[in-house]
Design a protein around this ligand. Structure first.
Ligand code: SF4
Length: 411
């Protein structure tokens, strides 16, 4: 095995996607093409999960010193000089010895799960405008009422993703906990999934929690008191709070959310003054919130409980929400506002990702070959506004009341 191709995750990570299928990591979507992949509900122990066809193939490639194409995201990042997911996790587990494998790549029983990376289906309490039914089951209610879905054939397996309600699935996970040092919980919305608390309680019961680190991506619209108490017994808890804008604008984009509730939950966490709990704000950068991100940066810096700038994710999909669609004068205005908000914050964590996001906004579609959703139909800008109006009508809202600067760009 060479360091150039080795990745620890196919050996030590129990990673499950929304429908509950084993994946190599949350950065890898290779399993979507392979319908023979088992679901965790069909597995009898953690090793079954780690011995999917793709896992075996990738471990064999590693043993042969080859880059498996399914890990292309990591190879692309490394080839462009960046730090890949593979390198990050190899560093975390640099002192770990991977379990041994048989000739066909099967992981043998000396393996242990150290990283638990779980997507709790698509159970969510919000209907964010840049989201879809694969990540929020509530979008299904609007599916037939909006034209945006007409061209999409919903895969029934991705529509109902409640695998974690199967007792067997949670038992498989509970049997994996003994050597787990890191856990990553995604959704949907993980904080509304009671089974996630069962897993944490099991860690506490087995006296493992004080050596374990948890990470979440959450909308923080819900925060059970018992969870707040439980977090304090873990070595470290990273809470990545998804927010698009401040106040009503956030609630308009992240439909069903209530800014006051989110804010009070932030204060509840901050009031614990727990050194093991770290809050980070995560936002997207897309058409809906393009005029709001500068204020969001400023607001984040003013809050004592955030130690970094917001982490930014670009909206690539739906393609008609991509910020590259903005007219030039709007891009110039947004760049000016964001650069002004960032002024003097060059030393802060996530600063460079904002500069990258602004450069992305200014890039031409054809220049962004590294981005997955690079091509959009010529009518995308009109399609965005058509979609805005359809959702507004359905939800009895008006964009002018929440995002007035963006509303002025209406063709
Ligand atoms: S090489 Fe990258 S994509 Fe492949 S399993 Fe490792 S982290 Fe995931």
């Amino acid at each position: 095995m060479t360091d150039d191709v080795f990745c620890i995750l196919p050996y030590n990570s129990l990673s499950l996607d929304g429908p509950g299928r084993p994946r190599l990591c949350c950065n890898n979507h290779g399993h979507w093409e392979d319908y023979s992949q088992p679901f965790v509900t069909e597995c009898s122990n953690p090793l079954d999960v780690l011995n999917s066809k793709l896992h075996k193939e990738v471990r064999l490639a590693i043993a042969n010193g080859e880059r498996h194409p399914t890990c292309s995201k990591c190879w692309k990042i490394e080839d462009s000089g960046g730090t890949s997911f593979r390198q990050i996790w190899n560093d975390v587990y640099k002192n770990s010895v991977p379990g041994s494998i048989s000739e066909d790549g099967t992981l043998l029983s000396d393996a242990s799960i150290q990283y638990l990376d779980i997507t709790f289906g698509n159970k969510c309490n919000l209907v964010c405008r840049m989201c879809n039914w694969m990540n929020s089951h509530l979008w299904m209610h609007d599916l037939n009422k909006l034209d945006r879905w007409k061209t999409i054939n919903a895969d029934p397996r991705s529509v109902r993703q409640l695998w974690f309600e199967d007792h067997n699935a949670i038992e498989v996970i509970k049997h994996s906990l003994k050597h787990v040092t890191h856990m990553n919980f995604l959704g949907g919305e993980p904080l509304i999934v009671k089974q996630h608390m069962e897993i944490l309680q099991e860690c506490v019961n087995q006296n493992l929690s004080d050596k374990q680190q948890i990470s979440y991506n959450t909308n923080l619209t819900t925060l059970p008191q018992e969870l707040l108490a439980m977090w304090q017994s873990f070595a470290h808890v990273n809470i990545n709070v998804s927010i698009e804008a401040i106040g009503d604008a956030n609630d308009y984009i992240r439909q069903n959310s209530d800014w006051n509730v989110i804010y009070s939950n932030l204060i509840r966490i901050a009031a614990l003054d727990a050194p093991n709990i770290k809050l980070e704000l995560h936002t997207t950068f897309g058409l809906y919130n393009c005029y709001n991100v500068a204020d969001l940066i400023t607001w984040t810096v003013q809050q004592p409980y955030f130690s970094s700038l917001p982490f930014v994710n670009l909206v690539y999909h739906p393609t008609y929400q991509d910020v590259r669609l903005l007219p030039t004068h709007a891009k110039q205005e947004i760049r000016k506002d964001v650069e002004s908000a960032l002024s003097g914050l060059e030393h802060c964590q996530n600063y460079n990702s904002w500069i990258g996001a602004l450069n992305y906004m200014d890039s031409a579609a054809q220049e962004g070959a590294e981005y997955e959703f690079d091509n959009w139909p010529d009518n995308s800008w009109d399609q965005f506004w058509y979609d805005v109006d359809q959702i507004d009508k359905l939800k009895n809202r008006k964009i002018d009341d929440y995002l007035p600067k963006l509303a002025k760009l209406r063709p």
